[in-house]
Every structure is written in structure tokens, then in C-alpha cells.
Design a binder for this molecule. Structure first.
Ligand code: ZN
Length: 137
């Protein structure tokens, strides 16, 4: 069995942002040389997510508005916000998830027709990373 590890780095311009990363993840699969296996993609920070859904801007606005209703930004409104102001970001990350696992078939990500991979940033404007780990043959 082969394994391959790669980090993808991000530094978003805004506090909240969704970044389409399907191409970067597919590139990691190509670099790995693995034809059949599994690809794990996870955020390495507790205020960011990796998720799979439609690459459609209206849906992304809907997600952001929904998340803002569930866990609105508030400097003083969270117990966590003693020395920090990112209590909302921890909750948003939990809702959108930490990681995805994608089957690798014939050297490609075996995604459904409308599935795309995204990095979800909820406390951006600093360098953060995503781990890609691929195992297989
Ligand atoms: Zn925090």
C-alpha cells in the first residue's frame, strides 16, 4: 500500500470565505500515483471546515446566511470569547464539518456529478492549512 501526504495553505482576504479546492485535491491524487484508494481531506484548524457540495454561489450565500443565524458573530456573546473573538467560528466549523473522505478510482476523485470540495474559512486573514492524505495502490 502506498501513502501520500500534502498540505494546502490558505490565507483568505476576508474573515469568512468558501474556497473551491477540487482541482488542488485532484492534483494531489495525481502526484501520489495512487490509482485505487481513499483520499482524506481535513482542515487542520478548529475554526475552518472541509465539505462537499454544489459549486453554486447562491447556495454558498445561503450557507453563510444560515450559519450567521445559527452562530452570529459577536465579540462578547460567547463564553469562549475571553481573549478571542472567534466563538462563532468554532460553532460554524462544527456545523460544516472537519473533513471529507473521497474514493479514488482509476486515479481520479470518484465524486458525484455535482459534488465539489470546499475549504470553509470562518476566522480568516491568517495562514491556515488543510491536510490531504491519500492511501491505496
Ligand atoms: Zn477560539
Amino acid at each position: 500500500m502506498k501513502s501520500y501526504r500534502k498540505e494546502l495553505w490558505f490565507n483568505t482576504h476576508s474573515r469568512y470565505e468558501f474556497v473551491h479546492i477540487t482541482r488542488e485535491v485532484q492534483e494531489a491524487v495525481r502526484e501520489s500515483g495512487i490509482r485505487e484508494g481513499l483520499c482524506l481531506v481535513n482542515a487542520m484548524h478548529i475554526t475552518a471546515s472541509v465539505f462537499i457540495n454544489d459549486n453554486e454561489s447562491g447556495l454558498h450565500r445561503d450557507y453563510m446566511e444560515w450559519l450567521e443565524k445559527l452562530a452570529p458573530f459577536s465579540e462578547k456573546g460567547y463564553h469562549h470569547n475571553g481573549g478571542e473573538d472567534n466563538g462563532d467560528a468554532h460553532l460554524k466549523r462544527q456545523i460544516m464539518g472537519r473533513e471529507v473522505v473521497i474514493a479514488v478510482t482509476d486515479g481520479k476523485l470518484d465524486l458525484g456529478p455535482w459534488e465539489a470540495v470546499f475549504y470553509g474559512e470562518f476566522d480568516g486573514r491568517r495562514r491556515k492549512r488543510v491536510l490531504v492524505k491519500i492511501i491505496g495502490e
